[in-house]
Design a protein around this ligand. Structure first.
Ligand code: FRU
Length: 486
């Protein structure tokens, strides 16, 4: 495929045409990363949901596949997850050729229209040819609904501590945990969420996994919960909880609300089952329900974040989930400008002209002092990033970044975030820009900010401003090659 349209991401996954939202069914099997996604093949706005499908061997280059799951009489196919049933616990495959099993939410439109509350149930589909073709399980739904509106987004995984399957889904603003021996019969165990975390909207797209605390022998469980609305900068966002999970219930002593990303456009993100080397690989949907339907693209809508590796750090004696672009991205970079030291002087911005900014990575380290970065172009669009060391805040100002008037909230405010976990004397900045997005990773992803932008012309200038003499180190500007040819 060759993508040429305005705003088309050149190194992020986006569907060739039409509407996409959440990533679904992320599973690694026989050297292949499968990415399924919420897909409406007939329009560039949300509609009756299917599961689209793409595969990759490196998480960077994607091969579009045919649609995996179509709506049926039980309903539309909402978000969910996938596993490979290697021990054939379900009996749907064999040990020699295990089934790939997807568990998803059926959303029944007739039930919704009739004013019922139990119109979301959980269904199962399986593939005996490594994800190419899918069969719906005859006994669907496998988890029925008594009377819960917003009962969806099952994440299933093998729990090697208990030797059972686990499933977490959301119901209203609670997470519910289940266990199973065979992926088909599920036993409800417990609920989580009362009086803890953010509750500005319904909870969606949960995920839970065990992870090692870096530089220690400790292990913790992380529960991801997307929420819409109620995110720090409006609309949808993803919070997380650090705690312990015994296969039946999740417990935490966490008091504050933690967010995986402080930008406006990283939603419904979940992680891969069975990724190699025990890595936790995360992909989010790079949009926000506030304006997802209105963004100024023509034949398709939205993209996924760059895949990120999650690690758990202890900073300020506090657990922090760190997310950083997968190392495979490095292969796409061509360093085109580099400077060992760049000296900044007050009131005298240092400006670099660079034509490939819209498809680039910018990396440098700076003393932990006030610093502004301004991306601009020949038609006066500007995007401003601002670190304030005294206040310990990082803000993104996209109010004049390009086309912003397609929806009232998109360019309304500066997105200012408190960043107490930046405690080092020097700060490492990694910034990744594609034609309609910016992803900023501070100190290896202790903080990340993901936002959509729609510059009217490509950015060609990058200015650094500071109020005192400042020395930036190891500045590298790299072009990120397109993933859609070669
Ligand atoms: C999250 C979400 C899910 C749901 C899906 C429908 O973005 O609302 O809760 O399953 O999108 O497309």
């Amino acid at each position: 495929i060759l993508y040429k349209e305005p705003f088309r991401p050149q190194f992020h996954f986006s569907p060739e045409k039409k509407w996409m939202n959440d990533p679904n069914g992320m599973v690694y099997y026989k050297g292949i990363y499968h990415l399924f996604y919420q897909y409406y093949p007939n329009d560039i706005v949300w509609g009756p949901m299917h599961w689209g499908h793409a595969t990759s061997t490196d998480l960077i280059h994607w091969t579009p596949k045919k649609i995996a799951l179509f709506p049926d009489k039980l309903g539309l196919i909402f978000s969910g997850s996938a596993v490979v049933d290697v021990n054939n616990t379900s009996g749907l495959g064999t040990k020699e050729n295990p089934a790939m099993v997807a568990i998803f939410t059926y959303h029944n439109m007739d039930g919704e229209k009739a004013g019922k509350t139990n119109f979301q149930t959980q269904g199962l589909a399986y593939s005996l040819d490594e994800g190419n073709t899918w069969l719906k399980y005859k006994g669907n739904p496998i988890i029925g609904n008594t009377d819960l509106k917003d009962f969806r987004d099952p994440k299933v995984f093998w729990n090697s501590d208990t030797n059972l399957w686990n499933l977490v889904l959301v119901a209203g603003d609670r997470a519910k945990f289940y266990t199973s021996k065979n992926l088909i019969n599920w036993v409800y165990k417990s609920e989580f969420g009362k009086g803890i975390g953010a509750h500005g909207g319904v909870w969606e797209c949960p995920d839970i996994f065990k992870i090692k605390v870096e530089n220690s022998n400790e292990e913790k469980w992380v529960l991801l919960i997307s929420i819409n609305p109620g995110a720090p900068n409006g609309g949808s966002g993803t919070q997380y909880f650090i705690g312990d999970f015994d296969g039946n219930s999740f417990k935490t002593t966490q008091k504050e609300t933690k967010w995986i990303d402080y930008g406006t456009d990283n939603y419904a993100g979940v992680t891969y089952n069975d990724a190699p080397n025990n890595k936790r690989i995360f992909i989010g949907w790079m949009s926000n329900w506030q304006y997802a339907r209105n963004t100024p693209t023509k034949n398709w809508r939205s993209a996924m974040t760059i895949p990120r590796e999650l690690t758990l750090e202890k900073v300020n004696n506090n657990y922090v989930l760190q997310n950083t672009p997968v190392t495979q991205l490095k292969k796409q970079l061509n360093v085109e400008f580099s400077k060992e030291t760049l000296n900044l002087h007050p009131n005298n911005p240092s400006t670099i002209n660079y034509d490939n900014l819209n498809q680039s990575q910018i990396r440098f380290t700076a003393p932990s002092k006030n610093l502004k970065l301004i991306f601009s172009n020949t038609v006066n669009d500007s995007l401003v990033l601002d670190y304030n060391a005294k206040e310990k805040t990082f803000s993104i100002d996209r109010r004049h970044s390009g086309i912003v008037d397609f929806e009232e909230n998109f360019g309304k405010e500066i997105h200012k975030n408190s960043t107490p976990n930046i405690i080092s004397k020097t700060i490492d900045y990694q910034i990744i820009i594609d034609w309609s997005s910016i992803e900023i990773f501070i100190n290896g992803g202790i903080y990340s900010f993901t936002e959509q932008i729609f510059p009217k012309k490509p950015y060609t200038k990058l200015s650094f401003r500071s109020e005192e003499n400042l020395e930036l180190k190891n500045l590298n500007l790299s072009k990120i090659r397109t993933i859609w040819k070669n």
